[in-house]
Design a binder for this molecule. Structure first.
Ligand code: CTP
Ligand code: MG
Length: 545
């Protein structure tokens, strides 16, 4: 077992791997505490590329001569690599002093000394290689096909959903690797801005990250705010001379441009560096080969950090939350409702917010509204960002557990039923109030950004994509209502969640008719409405041609 985070929420989340179906009762650490701890851990960490035939004892012995090793693991990524966490940061300096620089015979090397090393055996044949095979920590999830097979062996849909969660969620090792990637980028940023730090946000830290998802990171100039108020008290004022630019956006673009160039020119294993500086939120995209991650680097994204923390809180409150989100996200991926490339489809972030909204709407609610979390906030939880009040409670212990005892079997079916029948033409999802409210504008899907209340987080979604979502939700609700689990198990047919993760046949008009027989008049009315909508949009397309 890897030591490190004690009983923190991320640690509990990982322990779920051994005890998949247990409710987690003692999640106490705040988001900020976990972040700080993980970032510190990453600063004491190095990554070593190893030969395929490795004597791990010898490697660890050698490294231990530079200081106590707190944790380590091996993983496969273009060969074998080892992540090694020292107890003290000074051990890294000692190691860096001792290691050599590659000879410049074939390529010329850029003399940037990082925390990425290569370990080779001088005389591989004569070195004794261990008999015990190296344990490699997996960094990607099993294929959907294998998942479906596992799901068929479960005894309930709830169990299936927890199995999916355990197969897909980030592992302790993968989280360490993500923080290390941020910490390595930070080393570049610090060459220019010694006070800066690089922090992950989004699904790497909000408890909804899946193995294989990208690492969203941002450059934070944490001390700028502190310095601004520092000199106010005394009888005089002294401040730094700093370059002044006409807008914050321009400053962001310049900083990202330089850091992007640095990563491209000097960063070991940083490839495919793309600067996307004209986006609403300027960013640099790159592949980080040593860790195997696709990374998106932006600058001080305080509101996105707040939404990461909000989701973190929701994810920690009740074990059903993450199981339902992972299930819905996997279901959406299988049916082509989401896509890793940007486009007019629903994003994972929007889907996650839809699940949160649904859980707020249960009776009794499974998670509180943002306004309720704001009422529980104290002075230190106050955050006003760009004029928006982003305050909410950070201490999880202050939030009362829900009295709702619905099973995940019920919740999954109800989720599809709820959104299969949602009046998207009229209503939007407001997580701050936990209410459906009239749409302020005509976007097909409107989910209020919980913090920047004038933004729709699903503005990119077009009508056909929304209709596809509605149709899939209805089909899934119908499958769950109609299925005969025992018969399907006898016939060795996929059942429950497994049946939902197999792409539905394209020609399902007969199924549609059956479905109409089996469900209430409300559902039939909205189904007919959506068919009209479908017709209207295809007519529109035809006219457009
Ligand atoms: N974000 C946002 N508004 C959006 C899109 C994204 O505030 N319209 C913020 C959210 O905090 C989100 C983060 O940016 O979590 C990262 O976005 P993205 O990578 O698209 O989503 P993830 O939640 O990281 O999900 P995934 O696993 O698909 O990467
Ligand atoms: Mg992401």
């Amino acid at each position: 077992m890897i030591s490190g985070l004690g009983d923190g929420p991320l640690a509990c989340m990982q322990r779920g791997k051994q005890v998949p179906y247990a409710e987690v009762g003692t999640r106490k650490k705040t988001f900020a505490e976990v972040q700080t701890e993980r970032l510190n851990q990453a600063e004491r960490t190095v990554l070593i590329k190893c030969p395929s035939k490795l004597n791990q004892k010898k490697l660890l012995q050698y490294l231990a001569s530079h200081g106590n090793i707190k944790s380590h693991f091996f993983f496969e990524n273009r060969g074998i690599s080892a992540l090694v966490e020292f107890s003290e940061k000074s051990s890294i300096a000692s190691l860096q002093d001792a290691v050599g620089i590659p000879s410049a015979s074939e390529h010329h090397v850029v003399p940037f000394k990082s925390r990425l090393f290569t370990f080779t055996l001088k005389n591989p044949v004569s070195q004794h290689v261990e008999d015990t095979p190296l344990h490699l920590s997996p960094q990607c999830h099993i294929p959907v096909k294998d998942l479906i097979e596992k799901l068929c062996l479960a005894d309930s849909i709830s169990t299936q959903m927890y199995i999916l969660l355990n197969e897909y969620q980030l592992t302790e090792e993968n989280i360490k690797l993500r923080f290390l990637a941020c910490s390595l980028v930070r080393d570049f940023a610090r060459a220019y801005f010694p006070d800066s730090t690089v922090k992950p946000f989004g699904s790497s830290v909000n408890t909804f990250g899946k193995l294989g998802s990208d690492v969203d990171m941002f450059l934070d100039f944490c001390d700028t705010g502190k310095h601004a108020t520092k000199m106010k008290k005394g009888p005089f004022e002294m401040e730094y001379q700093m370059k002044r630019l006409p807008s914050e956006r321009l400053a962001t673009q310049r900083i990202l441009s330089v850091i992007g160039d640095c990563l491209d020119n000097f960063g070991p294993g940083c490839v495919n560096v793309q600067k996307i500086l004209n986006a609403r939120c300027p960013l640099v995209k790159f592949s980080h080969q040593p860790t195997g991650f696709q990374c998106d680097l932006s600058v001080s994204n305080s509101i996105a950090t707040r939404s990461s923390e909000l989701l973190y809180i929701y994810g920690c409150l009740d074990s059903r939350v993450r199981a339902l989100v992972f299930t819905v996200r996997c279901w959406a991926r299988v049916h082509g409702l989401t896509n890793s490339a940007p486009g007019t489809w629903i994003t994972n972030f929007s889907l996650t917010m839809m699940v949160m909204f649904f859980l707020q709407r249960r009776s009794p609610p499974i998670i509180p509204t943002l306004d309720q979390l704001k009422e529980l906030a104290d002075e230190k939880d106050k955050h006003i960002i760009g004029g928006y009040d982003c305050s909410f409670v950070s201490d999880l212990r202050k939030i009362k557990p829900t009295k709702n005892t619905e099973t995940l079997d019920v919740l999954l079916g109800e989720f599809f039923e709820y959104f299969g029948n949602f009046d998207f033409r009229k209503n939007s999802l407001n997580l701050r109030k936990g209410k459906e409210v009239n749409k302020p504008e005509s976007s097909p899907l409107y989910i209020w950004n919980p913090f920047e209340q004038d933004l729709n987080i699903s503005k990119n979604v077009n009508q056909p994509q929304l209709e596809k979502f509605i149709a899939m939700a209805r089909e899934s609700a119908w499958i769950l209502q109609k299925e005969d689990k025992t018969q399907q198990m006898i016939n060795k047919e996929p059942w429950g969640l497994a049946a939902l993760l197999i792409p539905f046949g394209k020609n399902n008009s007969s199924k549609m008719k059956n479905r109409m027989k089996g469900i209430g008049s409300e559902t039939i009315r909205s189904l007919l409405d959506s068919l009209k909508l479908n017709n209207a949009s295809s007519q529109q397309k035809a006219v457009g041609k």
